[in-house]
Design a protein around this ligand. Sequence first.
Ligand SMILES: *Cc1c(COP(=O)(O)O)cnc(C)c1O
Length: 424
Amino acid sequence: MTKTGSRGNKPASSMTVVPPGTQSGMGWSHREGGLVTAGLGTQCIHAGAAPDPAYGAVTPPVYQTSTFAYLDVATSAGFEYTRTSNPTRACLEEAIALLEGGDSAACTSSGMSAVLVALNLLDSGSHLLCPMDCYGGTYRTLEHAKRAYGLEVTYLDMADLEAVEKALRPTTRMIWAETPSNPLLRLSDLSALSRISKAIDALLVVDNSFLSPILQRPFAWGADLVVHSTSKYLNGHSDVIGGAVVAAKGRPDLATRLAALNKTLGTSQSPHDCFLVLRGIKTLHLRMRAHESNAQALAEFLASHPGVALVNYPGLPSHPQHELAKRQQLGFGAVLSFELKQPTRSAINRLLRSLQWFTLAESLGGVESLVNQPATMSHASMPPELRERVGIRDGLIRLSVGLEDPADLIEDLRQALEAAAGKS
Ligand SMILES: *Cc1c(COP(=O)(O)O)cnc(C)c1O
């Protein structure tokens, strides 16, 4: 191959200009057709990762450029300006859309900008239903949208379908679901919510950050949009902030509007961060299974510990929606929360300070285990009355279970619980 773009203001004419991922110019197109029906592991590794058309790079290159040279007057090579579109981002968008089984994705600079893009599909005066135990940042954004965009929001218990039906208004245009919820791991019944939203021609949006497409398939239950904080499991290595909004198959209208909003709002993700998320996705299927098996072991250990009052984890038969979790999810995930029997401030502080492998930090979904006290950390911005109503008590502890050896994690919790009880 010849060097491209070596002289003049045109890329070399020998350069094969093919949108990344399609690769028809290099004879690899058979992979694309096969990927739709391939298993999730094969999809994780090959989605959006066909060899690059310029030099055949096996890993999608980081197209770290703000702008692209036109081939001729009024003829671009398919990309013009990176806020609008970029080849590295196009690879990631293709991968996430394929993994979710959607039409296409818009990758954003954060999970919150993904939420913002999705909300911007609504006209002012629209009404939206949202779970009262939604992600703290989503709550903040909705409160802002009420003031700034004239959006109307009802917060409710999404598990209570009667309450959902009662809250509907003629102006209801969107039902927001986050399942399992944070930090109480409550589930919403997606097929029921989809029936309700379709009957009134509203959009069902599912924030799938907690389970990823490996463990939950919202489009299979009738969702119209899937939202991700790719900062969590999709990237999985706690080194990127990113998000995505995916439109369902059969909704190219939504896909077009999402791409236009990402360009208009300036929320699109940087090429380098897209590259990192793509790299994370290559092991997503393996990580999710290992995360889950560690979480199940820890949940069982905590549930049997005399110092623990309750454990919230959908993989435990004691979880009130265990049956729904088995039906709706392909796995139980790796976030759990629990409460001590004696949740005094000093006992909680001793517990949090004694943990060795669980870092005291917000966020979740990375390879390292994290511990969080929602009332003082991730959900501190929620009014205390709402926290109380939702059931986020001061003594609630949330774990994001990482990929360390499960025996080490259990031993760590054991000694920290002993310290909490004042036995060390
Ligand atoms: C983290 C998170 C978000 C926000 O994502 P950022 O990448 O932090 O902006 C939204 N929803 C859920 C469920 C999350 O866990």
